[in-house]
Design a protein around this ligand. Structure first.
Ligand code: ZN
Length: 327
């Protein structure tokens, strides 16, 4: 079995591709602007062309497979993207099959949170541990759980949705339709929405001032909080508390050694990570909490590429023996 994978990170802005060795070396890296308006087939063309170009530079098509990390709710086992918020017109797209038919190489599709957890476990902060919870603080709350070296996927491969664990029976409605999810407090969209509500009810003039004529984003609320705005600080404090309550429950269930925090909002360390760290002991049992270390992601901007490659190495038949890549 080859010890290199082709990794593709499909985002709403860019598509990135690279060859990744099993030792974690990234080679032949390429990026193109996503042809969002071209529809499904234009984007499949882009992915196929990127992969072919990486093969050309590598000088061989021998690989463990092609891994694709894609946005939106997707079904890893059937390789179908159910829909993608950043890619208009994408509904039930059999992405893995479409790429595989063109490249004639096995393609595995994964969601960003689960792939990132595998990436941290194989190449990043979790290399020396078998039990970790990965959290991506971004527009939503992505996540993945590695338990005794195995990704928690569940029967349909869509498990590990930590962000949609409910922590409040009377809480806000989440984008997933459920009530009181952690993501509805700590996801970037939720922080932005709470910032908008604060402006509408005239509780924070600083958020409005920083946003100016632009949209209120989580980054705007973070800047207001950093400049001492009490309402903005409360929004982050509630988010960090929600995260501690929900993740505390998971820590009790899985007894991990490591919590790895990545995603764009992870930079707001003092606003989220420190209060999360100090609240977590209140929501875990001491003999379990004692084993946990909280660290920042070691993969940064390459998380998607590493995650896509890690998924290939993780899913290949010689490891699990049950995945049908040609199915
Ligand atoms: Zn939810």
């Amino acid at each position: 079995m080859s010890d290199v994978a082709i990794a593709v990170d499909l985002g709403g802005t860019n598509i990135r591709a690279a060859l990744v060795t099993v030792g974690g070396e990234i080679k032949h890296h390429r990026t193109v602007r996503t042809a969002v308006r071209g529809g499904v087939y234009a984007i499949v063309d882009q992915i196929v062309n990127l992969a072919e170009s990486v093969f050309d530079e590598h000088g061989s098509r021998l690989t463990a497979g092609v891994g694709v990390v894609a946005p939106g709710p997707l079904e890893p086992k059937s390789g179908i993207v159910r829909f993608a918020p950043n890619l208009p017109g994408w509904e039930n797209v059999p992405l893995a099959r479409l790429i595989q038919d063109r490249l004639e190489i096995p393609v595995v599709l994964g969601n960003d949170g689960n792939c990132a957890a595998l990436g941290e476990s194989m190449f990043g902060a979790g290399r020396d541990v078998d039990n970790l919870i990965y959290l991506a603080l971004g527009t939503g709350l992505g996540a993945g759980i590695i338990h005794h070296g195995s990704l928690i996927e569940g029967v349909a491969g869509v498990g590990g949705e930590v962000g949609h664990v409910s922590i409040d029976p009377n809480g806000s409605r989440c984008t997933c339709g459920a009530v009181g999810c952690m993501e509805a407090y700590i996801g970037g969209w939720a922080i932005a929405r709470h910032g908008e509500m604060a402006v509408h009810s005239e509780r924070s003039s600083l958020i409005q001032e920083i946003a100016g004529d632009d949209r209120i984003t989580a980054e705007v609320v973070a800047r207001a909080a950093e400049q001492g705005d009490g309402v903005a600080r409360d929004i982050f404090a509630r988010g960090a508390l929600a995260l501690a309550v929900g993740v505390g429950g998971l820590v009790n269930v899985f007894n991990p050694e490591l919590i790895v925090i990545g995603g764009g909002l992870a930079r707001a360390g003092d606003l989220i990570i420190e209060p999360f760290r100090s609240s977590l002991p209140n929501y875990t049992m001491l003999p379990i909490y004692e084993h946990v270390t909280i660290v920042q992601s070691a993969l940064g901007h390459d998380t998607g590429i590493y995650g896509a490659a890690a998924n290939v190495f993780y899913q290949r038949p010689d490891r699990t023996g049950h995945r049908e890549l040609d199915g």
